[in-house]
Design a binder for this molecule. Structure first.
Ligand SMILES: CC(=O)N[C@H]1[C@@H](OP(=O)(O)OP(=O)(O)OC[C@H]2O[C@@H](n3ccc(=O)[nH]c3=O)[C@H](O)[C@@H]2O)O[C@H](CO)[C@@H](O)[C@@H]1O
Ligand SMILES: C=C(OP(=O)(O)O)C(=O)O
Length: 419
């Protein structure tokens, strides 16, 4: 298994180009299953999760081809409706095949994704929403078996928890349902807006994406489309936090500040100089005192849970004490014991991490447990004294395109070791 070996104590300076967003690309690639034609997606990040999605789409019969950073998916050749455990277990987002397959073919068999290191992550809202649209769903032998007699029916669906994945699955299913669907208490993440724009380009009728209430008027069929994946706000945030922790200055290109405001606000509270342009963000932390900041994760437009681990690491390096409260996932503090092994002064109380002043951070062998936890360990390794070895970096490769190349270009001493 690959490891990262980091020699700490460097600063970070320079420019970095942000890749397309994993969390937009995944639902959008599954949306291609709805279209009876070729779709071409640009700004697709080269990630392990995208490779898994590609494998799953091919298993379902789609033709998939890369042209540079463009991915062509031909939905017209899809002729299978089984998403097998071997692929779904590698990536929870595979459950997003369910809505499109059921809506287009009247049946789908998708392995239950199960939980992961950050929490149980049930899919009850996805299932209940599809049942409301007339599907019959039986969960047995680890599979969600869904059928509908004829087309799905438009419905009024209230989701009791704000869920990104459930909103996406139901939105996709509703595009080919008979009549109107209203999704209430929908998630408002920018990735949902990007998905809705893609679906509209395929011929769907959608209004209200980005608000709590999304309305969809079902259409007969969808075609292929050309669509650009929006920039990855979490990758951007990770590089901005890295710069703040290393007391450096970094300019992120090909990004979007609007989707990152809750994160930029916290970086300003931490005393960073942050300047935004149309598609770039600059951060300068040189000769400035980094201050710890209180964080509480919330659905968008609140502070994103996917930036929580990175801010926990930042607070460890910062002056003063602050609390980090995680409200989205019940077990998203797996990075804390690893950071403690590097000397971090953090105490966990329920869903809150209390970060105090840390005297010294020293390199250590640490284990990545999930994607963003891994990022927090890498950032801490860059500022710790001595050598840090991060194990199980396949988690990082799920969601960051060659993070070591981008960090090295900024001055970090980080190498991938093949074991
Ligand atoms: C591929 C992708 O886009 N992943 C993101 C997506 O994950 P994902 O879509 O899995 O996350 P959700 O928004 O669905 O989860 C939010 C909360 O709702 C709960 N829940 C969800 C569905 C359901 O049927 N029942 C239920 O109880 C979850 O356990 C969790 O506590 O949004 C998360 C929250 O912003 C992010 O951390 C992930 O990076
Ligand atoms: C939790 C994440 O992703 P996923 O939902 O794909 O596990 C993430 O991107 O931080």
């Amino acid at each position: 298994m690959d490891q990262f070996v980091i020699q700490g104590g460097t600063t970070l300076a320079g420019e970095v180009t942000i890749s397309g967003a994993k969390n937009a690309a995944l639902p959008i690639l599954f949306a291609a299953l709805l279209g009876n034609g070729k779709s071409i997606f640009s700004n697709v990040p080269q990630l392990r999760d995208i490779g898994t999605t590609e494998a799953l789409l091919k298993t379902l019969g789609a033709e998939v081809k890369w042209h540079g950073d463009k991915l062509e998916v031909d939905g017209s050749t899809v002729d299978k409706v089984l998403a097998p455990y071997e692929l779904v277990k590698q990536m929870r987002a595979s459950v997003l095949a369910l809505g499109p397959l059921l809506a287009r073919f009247g049946q789908a068999q998708v392995s239950l994704p199960g939980g992961c290191a950050i929490g149980a992550r049930p899919v009850d809202l996805h299932i209940r929403g599809l049942e409301k649209m007339g599907a019959t769903i039986v969960v047995e032998n680890g599979y969600i078996n869904a059928t509908s007699s004829g087309r799905l029916q438009g419905a009024d669906i209230y989701m009791e928890t704000v869920s990104v994945g459930a909103t996406e699955n139901l939105l996709m299913a509703a595009t080919l349902a008979d009549g109107k669907t209203v999704l209430e208490n929908a998630a408002r993440e920018p990735e949902i807006v990007n998905l809705a724009e893609c679906l509209v380009a395929m011929g769907a009728k959608i209004s209200g994406a980005g608000t709590h209430r999304i309305e969809v008027e079902g259409v007969e069929q969808l075609s292929g489309c050309e669509h650009k994946i929006l920039p990855d706000r979490i990758e951007t945030g990770t590089f901005l936090v890295a710069a703040a922790m290393a007391k450096g200055e970094v300019l992120c290109h090909n990004t979007d500040h609007q989707s990152l405001e809750p994160v930029l606000e916290k970086l300003r509270d931490a005393n960073a100089l942050v300047e935004v342009q149309q598609d770039s963000i600059y951060i300068d932390m040189r000769q400035r005192e980094l201050k710890a900041v209180n964080i509480k994760t919330m659905p968008h437009p609140g502070f994103p849970t996917d930036m929580q681990a990175q801010f926990t690491a930042m607070n460890v390096v910062a002056n003063g004490s602050a609390t980090i409260t995680e409200t989205i996932f019940e077990n998203r503090f797996m990075h804390v014991p690893e950071l403690q092994r590097m000397g971090a002064n953090i105490r966990l109380e329920g869903n809150t991490a209390i970060c105090g002043d840390t005297e010294k951070l020293s390199g250590a062998q640490v284990m990545a447990t999930d994607l963003r936890a891994s990022a927090s360990l890498i950032l801490t390794g860059i500022v710790a004294q001595g050598e840090t070895v991060v194990d199980r970096i396949y988690h990082v490769d799920r969601g960051y395109q060659r993070i070591e190349d981008k960090l090295s270009k900024l001055g970090a001493n980080i190498k991938r070791r093949h074991n």
